[in-house]
Design a protein around this ligand. Structure first.
Ligand code: FES
Length: 161
């Protein structure tokens, strides 16, 4: 990203991203990622412009955005919780931990808490299989997480907010 692009207003930045992306074969996904990186999400009001840039229908663009769980059309939660659901973590209680997280946070997978404080997403291996179950909270790794430890981590994040 060049300096000019990184300081541009979000709408100008999106226009620039779409101009560049439309000129590249297979440019839709990189453009969607770039828009989300620039603005934190893909605003619904941009979908018509994206569709026009790539000569697609709005339904097709929407289909791509909703197919990939990494894309979001609303602002992200303040804190991101990712729970590993891969094999090693599953064998060490990840599903129980996930059920606890759903109850403790009050939101399901791929959702945000009603106050917008937390989002809950699955991941499939965080590279800490020997210390399962593992989670990531705001990019920080936590290993051997019990439901009690999960509550402590969430409480510490809330206190720091
Ligand atoms: S399986 Fe969970 S960290 Fe590898």
């Amino acid at each position: 990203m060049n300096q000019e692009a990184s300081t541009a207003a979000p709408q100008d930045r999106i226009v620039s991203i779409l101009e560049q992306g439309a000129a590249e074969p297979g440019g839709l996904l990189p453009s969607l990622h770039a828009i989300q990186d620039a603005t934190g999400f893909i605003p619904e009001e941009c979908i018509a412009n994206i569709a026009r840039a790539f000569n697609l229908s709005q339904a097709e663009v929407h289909g791509v955005i909703t197919f990939y769980h990494d894309f979001r059309t609303t602002p992200p939660a303040k804190h991101a919780v990712r729970i590993c659901r891969a094999e090693a973590c599953q064998s060490m209680g990840a599903e129980k931990l996930l059920a606890h997280a759903v109850q403790a946070l009050g939101c399901g997978l791929h959702e945000k808490t009603p106050d917008g404080m937390f989002s809950l997403e699955p991941v499939y291996c965080l590279g800490h299989c020997a210390c399962s179950p593992a989670i990531m909270l705001d990019g920080a790794m936590h290993a051997r997480v019990t439901p009690e430890r999960f509550d402590q981590l969430v409480a510490s994040v809330k206190e720091g907010t």
